[in-house]
Design a protein around this ligand. Sequence first.
Ligand SMILES: CC(C)=CCC/C(C)=C/CC/C(C)=C/CC/C(C)=C/COC[C@H](O)COP(=O)(O)O
Ligand SMILES: CC(C)=CCC/C(C)=C/CC/C(C)=C/CC/C(C)=C/COP(=O)(O)OP(=O)(O)O
Ligand SMILES: [Mg+2]
Length: 282
Amino acid sequence: MASLSPSLRAAVELTRPGNAVAAGVLTATGAFVTGGVAAAPLAVAAAVLATLAATAGGNAINDYFDREIDAVNQPDRPIPRGAISARGALGVSGACFVIATVAALTLPLVAIGIAVVNLLALVAYTEWFKGRPLLGNILVGYLTGSAFLFGGAALGAPFGAAVLFLLAAVATLTREIVKDVEDIAGDRQEGLRTFPIVVGRTPALWTGVAVLVVAVTASAVPYLDGTFGLSYLLVVVPADAVMLWAALRSFRDPTVSQRWLKRGMFLATAAFVVGRAAVVLG
Ligand SMILES: CC(C)=CCC/C(C)=C/CC/C(C)=C/CC/C(C)=C/COC[C@H](O)COP(=O)(O)O
Ligand SMILES: CC(C)=CCC/C(C)=C/CC/C(C)=C/CC/C(C)=C/COP(=O)(O)OP(=O)(O)O
Ligand SMILES: [Mg+2]
């Protein structure tokens, strides 16, 4: 990004490109696990683009609405540090949502339906859901997991990656609770009633650990029901271990915890790709 102008660099940074690309990978994984990538490569490409653009737009509009909170919690983000104006951020978000909409309109009706719901949720999240205890966290979990469903929907099979959807939604819920613990100071200053502020830091973190234990336990299902073989287990078990360690670390250091939760989730995504590839390659 060094070759870009400062304002363009700030616009790209605003979209959190790492998350946007990762979300696109989730959609591609959802299509791959559902099984039809080769049959409909253009549909999968359009779905990946729609997810990538929607996530980018969601990140940009989140920073637009969060600009006052981020001035306390995350002052180095593009808007609070003055690298891009609030109006400019809104423009970046709008452009991303237009791209996502155009790409989604080329897909089957069920995929268009998911995209419409998700785009509305991404715009509504910060203003109407974020400050409601647990509701905002659950919505981010749904949005993250839905990227997997969207990949299957692009092939006309929206529940082809239903297990991945559930695991990703729950694991993301845990991470969102930990991130809210990280942000307690700024959120409290802004009068937000996040889950940790309402129930207390420790009960919130134990809730996160408890839901993650359910997800980690459920991650054995694709192996036990014969969907995937030993190759899946050899990757998902370390991923589960990293996520469990990270969740327990949240009591001492939520920042380290949420970063390692994300790494564990990336490794878990790889487990599904490896598991499916082993089946396809026979
Ligand atoms: C138990 C088990 C096997 C769980 C599987 C979990 C799984 C496959 C998770 C996928 C999650 C993933 C790789 C998400 C991609 C990145 C993304 C879209 C995250 C959503 O981020 C929302 C967050 O609030 C943004 O904050 P930050 O990451 O700090 O920018
Ligand atoms: C499948 C389609 C069409 C869309 C899915 C889009 C996806 C995968 C969204 C994932 C969740 C996401 C990126 C939401 C954007 C809003 C966001 C950054 C929520 C978290 O924000 P805060 O709670 O303010 O926390 P931080 O800003 O501190 O990260
Ligand atoms: Mg935010």
